[in-house]
Design a protein around this ligand. Structure first.
Ligand SMILES: N[C@@H](CCC(=O)N[C@@H](CS)C(=O)NCC(=O)O)C(=O)O
Length: 231
């Protein structure tokens, strides 16, 4: 059986769980506690990030590579559009979600102290007490460093929120009168953007922003409905 090595609340791991559910593929989860990330993740894959998918001894890392692997191995229902232009747009949106929206969700949930107080206990839910006790002191330093190095973390908060507002407006515009981001069916683009936006929605700033866009909120509910697992 496939084994998904994950951090439960990682948007990338959510993305892969949802793909597996859509394709109705059974899998086991191996949760890596954050306190073991430095030692255990590199044993699973050399990139040192999760998710990683293990299939009979073969390990695939990176959610995009995993998505393509799963598409090849379990083609039904397809999540990559057949039409070349739609497929290209799907790729661009997935990459935007993974490489841009991700840093907004990380900044909002983990660099802003009021959101971090809520999300750090979730992030360290699988860790021992001593690590959970250290997390509040370490979390701000660690995530602050990452998002400042990336650049988004150097923006003043109003500018950060204006960026997120533009991103959510872009999703609204892309949806237009349609149900899905690309073409007429659920695709990898919907799942990838959903995974990041639902984390953004989990911040004090992102929640109201998304609620003010009924079309985006309705689309999030539809993607959730179409991709949620039974468990
Ligand atoms: N491009 C990767 C990103 C995965 C990623 O950044 N995962 C984070 C958790 S959300 C991680 O493992 N971080 C640990 C690290 O960077 O050391 C993907 O699509 O899978």
């Amino acid at each position: 059986m496939l084994v998904l090595h994950q951090f439960e609340i990682s948007p990338f791991c959510d993305k892969i769980r949802r793909i597996l559910h859509v394709k109705n593929v059974p899998y086991q989860v191996r949760e890596v506690p954050l306190s073991r990330a430095l030692t255990d993740v590199r044993k699973v894959n050399r990139i040192g990030k999760l998710p990683a998918l293990e299939d009979e001894g073969r390990v695939i890392a990176d959610s995009t590579d995993i998505a393509h692997y799963l598409e090849h191995k379990f083609p039904t229902p397809p999540l990559l559009p057949a039409d070349p232009r739609e497929r290209a747009l799907c790729h661009v949106l997935e990459d935007w979600a993974d490489e841009s929206l991700y840093f907004y969700e990380m900044t909002l949930r983990f660099a802003l102290p009021h959101n971090r107080r809520r999300w750090l206990p979730e992030l360290t839910r699988h860790d021992p007490g001593w690590f959970r006790a250290l997390a509040p002191a370490l979390g701000g330093v660690l995530f602050g460093r990452i998002v400042r190095a990336q650049g988004i973390g150097r923006k003043p908060i109003p500018a950060l929120i204006a960026d997120v507002e533009r991103h959510v407006a872009a999703v609204d515009g892309l949806l237009g009168d349609g149900d899905w981001l690309v073409g007429g069916a659920l695709s990898l683009a919907d799942i990838a953007v959903f995974a990041q936006l639902s984390c953004i929605r989990g911040s004090d700033e992102g929640g109201p922003l998304i609620a003010s866009r009924p079309r985006v909120a309705a689309w999030l509910a539809s993607v959730d409905e179409a991709t949620r697992g039974g468990a």
